[in-house]
Design a protein around this ligand. Sequence first.
Ligand code: CP
Ligand code: NVA
Length: 309
Amino acid sequence: MSLRGRNFVNVNDFSNKEFAEVLALAADLKRRTQAGITDQPLAGKVLGLIFQKPSLRTRASFEVAMHQLGGKAIYMSPAEVGMGTREAVDDVALVLSRYFDVIASRVFGHDVIEGLAENASVPVINALSEGEHPCQALADLLTLQEWRGDLKGQKVTYVGDGNNVAISLALACAKVGSHFAIAAPAGYQLPESCVKSFAAIAAETGSRLEQGDHPDKVAAGTTAFYTDVWTSMGQEEEQAKRLAAFKGFTITEELRAKGDDAIVLHCLPAHYGEEIERDVTRGRFSAIWDQAGNRLHAQKALLALVTPT
Ligand code: CP
Ligand code: NVA
């Protein structure tokens, strides 16, 4: 079994075993890096970062990951590429495959990342689309494992919008045997396609899915509370409507204490006073900064496994 040459557009592109393999390598590479051991398995390889939206963590962690693996990353901004406007998505894929050994792209529509993956002859990694944020989910589970141990039987409770981050996290939890709960207002729950995929994966791993319309209804037994912004990139015109719909779907210390010694996770960037209180992110149960740091280690493992050598 090898992940070499494979795309990572959706969490479910990898089998449960393959997903676990990435997590195991991420933990190993993190230990090795912290011990000062420098592996350079991607010497001479080049990653293309093609982004339609802004980023702090994803771009920086991919660039550093490639550097630490002995390769190089080239970032191309939305304005210069004009993917889907200046140039057709399949043309971009056909051209960039001739320069890069691997591509990571942040896009609006999920169909854009799928179009890149279908037409590129090198692996394509989803660096966030409206449909999924699978690299985030890898770092999330690496962090949960570090803070709470065995992933099997953990309960991750997501408070807020059933968006790209929630979808990837739910499916990732299902793959490793963690339970997943979501508290979201009507109209913002996980899409039916995700609920179906969760059930199919969970039939093998025993994960349970709970859906509620108030955080208090799903808090019991939680080992990690998780949230993300109420208004994602590209939804700015819905902001007023969303602020009203999500009122009360906030991670506070009071909510955290209703779980089982629960830690707190957030993919960042955060809007303090909306989906999370700032104090919680600075408290002793906050794993948020380790989680941001783990983007690097998770993506190093991913790149090391999928990039053709
Ligand atoms: N969590 C995350 O993807 O952050 P950026 O948008 O800053 O990359
Ligand atoms: N759901 C957010 C995540 C940002 C990392 C967005 O898509 O903007």
